[in-house]
Design a protein around this ligand. Structure first.
Ligand code: GLU
Length: 440
């Protein structure tokens, strides 16, 4: 299943702070090139190896298909712990890796477009874009060679929070389905839903922020070194402020700090959201899980055995390839912005406002009541870039959840199987439409 179309494996030397030369291993796997470019993040982690990168590349193929992002799937990684390196060294590593991608045809707006993943972010994406530009001077679409860039360098507003926001939209959608409410004995609203999260990085932080601000009660968040628990619900802004200031949850006085973070995943709650790493819930701990729904915000947080066990016990699992697809969805919007060379909303914002204003004048004249300035402003407001991005993401997630639910109900399968069935059907329709010139 993970057989990939093409792989690149490179080794290059970089000097560390002790003056030693370290051989750095980097990978990129392109799983399916049925649509181009292929798309997927680049992670920096000491656990990275070729097999992991290939497996994650295949997940990207299905993920893109599920949310109708017209790309193939890819993934990259560098086997380093980013904390072991200075910023200058990380820049050198990133640029050197990008040079390899450029020379071997593994990057380009129409070929392969990386993005952030574990251990990388806007800073690394900016280095990648800049290195690509040096190797491809005059490529007018060059900024589309990578997504997740800072807004000042061609990024799109809303990309940073996209995965977490997509997780929120997805869970909200599933909780709204009557068959889910019946199975979970749940009222169907985010408000008052008890939740436990694992991870407070980009995905965990933004997901918890959106759940919290919409009334969910987040009773615990587990990090790698410790966790926090509060029966009355955590204040996410306070927690995040503490983490930013001290680098950890330790010493947070508004909740109980727990030494064994994995224990928190076993708390009774409505929804458990693992938003950290893969293989966090396996046969060892799955028997202790007491959530009624598990939302896979990370890539592959459940082992196949754990997934099977939960299914048999009637726990609903919302699969990663659907639930965390918000990131790649907004990456697609960023790529579109880069190719069109214009900010979303720039051409039509004022036009929309003027049209609505004229309409309001007409309504006011007939209704005999004048709106006050604030009312008028809210009604005529034309969309800003981030509002269009949020709206596109929300619609995408709702449609993808509906398609998954509908296949699950018709074929009487779980949501993961349903999402895969839909993805494979969409991918195979591309292959069959493109003829058999190279296969027969
Ligand atoms: N790394 C993210 C993922 O696993 C985003 C990929 C992308 O935006 O291309 O979905």
């Amino acid at each position: 299943m993970n057989a990939v179309d093409a792989v690149l494996s490179v080794i290059f030397p970089i000097e560390n702070s002790d003056g030693e030369i370290v051989n750095i291993k980097g990978y990129r796997a392109q799983h399916s090139r049925h649509r181009l470019p292929v798309k997927g993040g680049i992670r920096y982690s000491s656990q990275v190896d070729m097999q992991e990168v290939e497996a994650l590349a295949s997940l990207m193929t299905y993920k893109c298909a599920i949310v109708d992002v017209p790309f193939g799937g890819a993934k990259g990684g560098i086997a380093i712990n980013p904390n072991d390196w200075t910023e200058a060294q990380l820049e050198r590593i990133t640029r050197r890796y990008t040079m390899e991608l450029c020379q071997k045809g593994f990057i380009g707006p129409g070929i392969d477009v990386p993005a952030p993943d574990i251990g990388t972010g806007g800073r690394e994406m900016a280095w990648i874009a800049d290195t690509y530009a040096q190797f491809n001077p005059g490529d007018v679409n060059g900024l589309g060679c990578v997504t997740g860039k800072p807004v000042s360098l061609g990024g799109v507003r809303g990309r940073a929070e996209a995965t977490g926001l997509g997780v929120y939209y997805g869970i909200r959608e599933f909780l709204g389905y009557p068959e889910v409410q019946e199975k979970m004995k749940h009222h169907g609203l985010i408000e008052g839903t008890t939740m436990v999260l694992q991870g407070f990085g980009n995905v965990g932080y933004w997901a918890s922020k959106f759940f919290h601000s919409n009334g969910a009660k987040i009773i615990a968040i587990a990090e790698y070194d410790c966790g926090v628990y509060s029966r009355d619900g955590l204040d996410i802004d306070k927690l995040s402020e503490h983490k930013k200031r001290t680098g950890s949850f330790k010493g947070f006085t508004d909740a109980t700090v727990v030494d064994d973070p994995m224990k928190l995943l076993e708390l009774e709650c409505d929804v458990l959201i693992p938003a950290a790493m893969e293989r966090q819930i396996g046969l060892k701990n799955v028997k202790n899980i007491r959530a009624k729904m598990v939302g896979e915000a990370a890539n592959g947080p459940l082992t196949p055995g754990a997934d099977e066990y939960l299914r048999q016990r009637g726990v609903l699992v919302i699969p990663d390839m659907l639930l965390n697809a918000g990131g790649v969805c907004v990456s697609y919007f960023e790529w579109l912005k880069n190719l069109s060379h214009v900010r979303f909303g720039r051409m039509n914002k004022k036009w929309d406002e003027q049209g609505k204003s004229k309409l309001l004048n007409l309504v006011e004249a007939n209704a005999g009541r004048k709106l006050n300035e604030a009312e008028r402003r809210t009604l005529i407001h034309g969309a800003e870039e981030h509002e269009l991005v949020y709206s596109g993401l929300e619609d995408t997630m709702i449609v993808a959840c509906h398609e998954t639910r509908s296949t699950a109900n018709i074929k009487k399968v779980d949501y993961k199987t349903a999402a895969l069935i839909n993805a494979i059907a969409k991918i195979s329709s591309v292959y069959s439409a493109s003829g058999s010139m190279f296969t027969k």
